[in-house]
Ligand binder design. Structure first.
Ligand SMILES: [Zn+2]
Ligand SMILES: [Zn+2]
Length: 284
């Protein structure tokens, strides 16, 4: 299974590849741009070229780009909704320009409009974003969330409805499963039976073949707390044994795993990578 980390793009997108390589990653995730700003500058072609060349040399697969946190693909407010679609489309074009395999996005919040509205609204947004032939080389992955407040996307059944709707239109999208978000949204995987049950739920909701990437994060928040606070692997409320059971389950043994664990010191990424490798039966 490819294992990697979310890596900084400080100094230029291609610099993230050097960082991933130095950590011994097999795959990686980056932001395509500043994740907390609406301001968008097009990516110069030479920067995309540098990234592609570095990525090919490093033989990383997959490369995922994570979208801006301000994007809300199910906002009932038209101004925010269309601005979100516009920025999403620009992020998708960056992801395609650098040859990224996946664009991972959160779904946003429909405020008090409820999940049926949100499913339709996100579906329409993804359709709009695909106009002009975008999203063919880079697949869009929908990330599950913790379900805080009116946040949408903590229920895998809703994500499944969107994925199936896109498939009916001939567009292939997938799931990016975040372990911290799933745990705090109320999906348990602490015993062998729970892990099997969890994978069955994923399979029923979205189809296991549509699970493309796992965000591997322990959780500061308790089970079903709806808190989105990532923790080092084995040091949070999920714990090492749950990760050992999950990672070694044959149903997801080949799924790429990307760490989004805290980075306070230079030692944090190597520590979490070593913790994951130590849990796996066989070699990585
Ligand atoms: Zn995310
Ligand atoms: Zn995540």
């Amino acid at each position: 299974m490819p294992l990697g980390v979310h890596t900084s793009i400080a100094g230029g997108l291609y610099k993230s590849v050097e960082r991933a390589k130095a950590l011994g990653c097999g795959c990686m995730q980056i932001f395509g741009r500043n994740p907390r700003s609406w301001i968008y500058k097009p990516l110069p072609a030479h920067e995309a070229g540098l990234f592609k060349a570095a990525r090919n040399d490093a033989a990383l697969w997959p490369v995922a780009v994570h979208t801006n946190y301000l994007i809300n693909l199910c906002s009932p407010d038209d101004e925010i909704y269309y601005k979100s679609i516009d920025i999403f489309q620009k992020e998708l074009s960056i992801a395609e320009a650098i040859g990224a395999d996946y664009l991972v996005t959160h779904l946003g919040s429909p405020q008090d409009m409820g999940p049926d509205f949100a499913v339709k609204r996100v579906g329409q947004a993804l359709k709009e974003a695909a106009r002009g032939g975008l999203g063919v080389n880079t697949m869009i992955l929908l990330e599950n969330t913790s379900g805080a407040g009116y946040g949408f996307g903590s229920n895998l059944l809703h994500i499944g409805e969107i994925i199936k709707g896109a498939a009916r239109d001939g567009r292939e999208t997938g799931l990016c499963l975040d372990t911290c978000h799933a745990f705090t949204a109320g999906y348990s995987f602490s015993t062998p039976a729970e892990v099997t049950g969890f994978l069955e739920k994923i399979d029923e909701a979205v189809g296991l073949e549509n699970l493309r990437v796992i965000h591997l994060n322990d959780s500061k928040g308790a089970f079903n707390s709806h808190l989105d606070r990532h923790e080092h692997i084995g040091k949070g409320k999920i714990g090492l044994e749950a990760f050992r059971l999950l990672l070694n389950h044959p149903g997801i043994r080949d799924t790429p795993m990307i760490l989004e664990t805290p980075k306070k010191t230079d030692g944090d990424d190597p520590m979490n990578l070593a913790a994951v490798r130590g849990l796996l039966d066989g070699s990585l």
